[in-house]
Design a protein around this ligand. Structure first.
Ligand code: GDP
Ligand code: MG
Length: 822
């Protein structure tokens, strides 16, 4: 009987826990394990939830949940066995309950699900010994047929269902099959897959995975696959799908014994290496939609026992009418309808299609990815080749793949830097104009300095890089949305495996060139823990856009002729360090070896809207950061650099201004001084003032550590500020070397190159190079630090990564300085 039917005070032995995987797992974790005794504390007719006691604990279950558990009651045991002697009655009943529960547990309901004509009925007949009519046309099986047979001590009830291509609610067959999977949840599903039409057949499999049912794939018509000369790695395919794959020939019965052995394994609870519940990755955007609907659905407790919430969410987004009617008239109905309408619009805008076809596409991308990894076709069938196949044959070609790949990356960086130069110049000119206008409109003093040297110089030096960042992100989303990035992942997969990484690590790594924070969050798509951790660990070496301004500034100042080459070198150094670090760290991370699919979506011309959205999103974040963190920090840095104020400097520069204004020569206690001499005095005093300021003292404290690298205290200060955000390195250099107080001998010097000039005057080129190396490799930034902690769940990883990057940065910078000084 069902647990929900057991009356107050009665007890029973659990025979079976039905329902989908997630639900069953939760109940088993609560202690509802077959063979265990459960007693009812309180079960009043209208009461919900019901209270139970199991393993000495009291807990309550909703009526629907309890109806998913089968038990053997005392009455059932009693009516089955004549009562023995009075003394042993208790014991005998108990033993009988356990025996009956075990017998019930050994009865397995197995259903056959598959496309029409994939060989279900043949399999049914050969397994059960029945002789159903087998015909080579669809629709022969109208009703479910049941057969029984014994297998290794278990009684298998085999059910032959009508053939369906999918589990949507379009045809009566599809609805019928679905009802058989959700209302009477089978113990195990055998998904019969026709291997001569594998791609199409596996579509149904992906839907079974969504439903989270215990499934085994019978890869049927295997004889035809072999005779065609194809090869398929069934073990790997099974691992990728999280569902074991057994090759069968249901005409002759070959492979059928192994199939049912596997069915028993799955029923008894196989290890994760044989069967595990995976989530088919529908892509970042759709997954967001699924999560939103799912989030609203799981509020409704009454649905949880029968359906996997994820399955319902996906089906609901597909607009499935049967699921719609399940979800109608519930507390969450209005909310999910609203969410769906919003998500439908959003998906339409970003992906250019409706949710339903986007979901279908995502599922085929998954299948395509899994098959590309496991299926060697003897010869390609030329006439069936699609647009996507044709592009794929070029970009994943043995010889062309890598050159194309490198070319695209080169193009990306080339355009970012060359085309980005123009808007950069305009913004720079604009900022200089504002600076000079504000500067001349105000009288001398701390407030003018705060505005001009603090706010405008600090924020302005970061703002100029906005075009670079927009272009870079535009490229990244172009590559991603067109479907090329997924192929790139495939191309580098083999290489990545040597580093303990996975092809999927590649996309987060490229994203790291934009910003490390979203890159670290993007590692969520990597299912293997080991690959994920290693990827997170090395992403900080991917030079983010925040570091770009520093390199552009320094390379422009010190290597004007070879700036692009130096930039490329710096980026490459980051990649090399990432590789080396991966090789080191991979020895320390435990292996879990769970393979997963790299989805291969069809190629598609990306919609302008989607590209714009992704790009603008990043631009907005960048601007936001400037209006908050960078503005505040710039003012703070200005403050620390401006105070304590030297009075001598103030009088000297006031005198200088007066001299310039009146075109005269001043006399002071030491005699007559020329304009040049006074300028030199101001500059000397300015240096003194800076060194004596709060920030100067801070910078001086870094000197013992940074001096061996040839990095002076001003650069040391900028490195300290870079811990908050890398963009601040440039803005603090800008504030500290700002021309507001210091007088340049060369008055004709263009304002925009002033910082560059000041740097070139102050620093030697080996120091500059060492500085770039240090900036590339050291502590990523606070935001990345927090992201690492959040994604790994451990402070240990965040702190370890930071310590490691610091040490590497120091040694590499030292090496650079020594080599260049020779
Ligand atoms: P159903 O529609 O899924 O029930 O498929 P059937 O069992 O009716 O089989 C359809 C056709 O495929 C029949 O002609 C079978 O003889 C044939 N068939 C089934 N299994 C195999 C197999 O493993 N290999 C080959 N070559 N043919 C098979
Ligand atoms: Mg049939």
């Amino acid at each position: 009987m069902l647990l929900s039917e057991l009356e107050t005070g009665k007890s029973g032995v659990i025979a079976k826990v039905n329902g989908h995987g997630g639900f069953r797992k939760r109940l088993i974790e609560m202690g509802f394990i077959s063979g265990k005794k459960v007693s009812v504390v309180l079960n009043a007719p209208l009461r919900d939830p019901i209270e139970y006691e199991i393993l000495g604990y009291k807990l309550s279950l909703r009526r629907e949940e309890a109806s998913m558990i089968e038990v053997i009651s005392e009455e059932e045991a009693r009516s089955n066995e004549p009562i023995g002697s009075k003394i042993s009655e208790e014991v005998a009943i108990e033993a009988e309950m356990e025996r009956l529960a075990d017998a019930r547990r050994r009865e397995i309901r197995v259903v056959l699900v598959g496309n029409p004509n994939c060989g279900k009925t043949s399999l049914f007949n050969i397994a059960s010994g029945a002789h159903e009519h087998v015909g080579n046309y669809s629709g022969v099986t109208v009703d479910a047929k049941e057969g029984h047979f014994e297998w290794k001590g278990y009684k298998i009830v085999l059910v032959d269902l009508p053939g369906t291509y999918s589990l949507s609610s379009y045809s009566p067959e599809e609805l019928y099959v679905r009802k058989n999977l959700t209302e009477v949840v089978p113990d195990v599903v055998i998904n019969v897959v026709d291997s001569s039409n594998i791609e199409r057949n596996l579509y149904l499999t992906t839907q079974l995975i969504d439903m989270n049912l215990r499934t085994v794939i019978a890869l049927n018509m295997y004889d035809e696959l072999i005779s065609k000369g194809d090869e398929i790695d069934t073990v790997q395919l099974g691992k990728l799908f999280g569902v074991p794959v057994c090759p069968t020939v249901s005409r002759s019965g070959e492979g059928v014994p192994r199939l049912f052995d596997t069915v028993l394994d799955i029923y008894k609870g196989a290890s994760a290496s044989v069967a595990r519940h995976i989530h088919i990755n529908h892509g970042a955007e759709l997954e967001k939609s699924i999560d939103r609907v799912r989030g609203a659905l799981i509020q409704d407790m009454s649905l949880r026992s029968k359906y996997s919430a994820r399955y319902l969410a996906i089906k609901y987004l597909e607009g499935d009418s049967a699921v719609e009617s399940i979800l109608s008239g519930r507390p969450c109905t209005e909310e999910i309808a609203r969410i769906r309408a919003e998500e439908e619009l959003r998906i339409k805008e970003i992906l250019g299609t409706n949710c339903e076809s986007a979901i279908v596409d995502a599922k085929y991308a998954f299948i395509n990815g899994a098959l590309t990894e496991t299926w060697r076709q003897h010869r390609e069938i030329k006439h069936r080749r699609t647009f996507t196949d044709r592009i794929d044959s070029i970009v994943t070609n043995k010889w062309a793949a890598f050159p194309i790949f490198v070319l695209l990356l080169y193009l990306m960086f080339f355009v970012t830097f060359t085309v980005g130069q123009y808007p950069m110049d305009w913004i720079e000119a604009g900022i200089d104009y504002i600076r000079s206008v504000v500067g001349s409109a105000m009288s001398d003093g701390w407030f003018r300095s705060l505005l001009v040297d603090g706010c405008i110089a600090g924020v302005g030096s970061v703002l100029v890089f906005l075009p670079n960042i927009l272009i870079l992100y535009c490229f990244i989303s172009l590559l991603e949305d067109s479907g090329y990035m997924a192929r790139a992942a495939f191309i580098v997969d083999k290489l990545m495996h040597h580093l303990g990484l996975h092809g999927k690590s590649f996309i987060p790594m490229v994203m790291g060139f934009g910003c490390n924070v979203p890159a670290i969050m993007a590692t969520r798509t990597i299912e293997s823990r080991k690959s994920r951790l290693i990827t997170i660990f090395i992403i900080p070496f991917m030079s983010c856009a925040g570091r770009l301004p520093i390199f552009v500034l320094i390379a422009g100042a010190f290597f004007p002729g070879n700036a692009p080459l130096v930039l490329l070198g710096i980026y490459l150094l980051g990649v090399v360090m990432a590789i080396v670090s991966a090789l080191i760290i991979k020895r320390f991370v435990r292996d879990d070896d769970l393979p997963f699919v790299m989805e291969l979506p069809p190629y598609r011309v990306p919609t302008g809207k989607a590209i714009w959205r992704h790009t603008w999103e990043k631009g907005r974040q960048y601007l936001q950061k400037m209006a908050t963190t960078i503005l505040v920090c710039s003012v703070l840095i200005w403050f620390l650099g401006y105070f304590p104020r030297s009075e001598k400097l103030d009088t000297a520069s006031a005198a200088y201004s007066q001299m310039v204004e009146n075109q005269e020569v001043l006399a002071d206690s030491s005699g007559v001084v020329s304009l040049e001499e006074q300028a030199a005095l101001v500059n000397r005093l300015y240096e003194e003032q800076q060194a004596g300021s709060y920030i100067g003292r801070l910078g001086k404290a870094t000197e013992p550590v940074l001096a061996p690298l040839g990095i002076n205290w001003k650069m040391g200060v900028s490195l300290l500020t870079g811990i908050a955000a890398k963009e601040l390195v440039v803005s603090s250099l800008g504030v500290m070397y700002s021309q507001g107080a210091k007088i340049s001998q060369d008055q004709d010097l263009q304002e925009d190159s002033a910082l560059r000039q000041a740097l070139a005057d102050d620093i030697s080129w080996p120091s500059a190079l060492a500085f770039m190396v240090f900036v590339l490799l050291y502590f990523p930034c606070i935001a990345t630090f927090v992201a690492i902690k959040n994604e790994t769940g451990k402070w240990r990883w965040a702190i370890g990564t930071c310590a490691y990057t610091m040490i590497v940065a120091w040694f590499m910078a030292l090496l650079t300085h020594i080599l260049c000084s020779l």
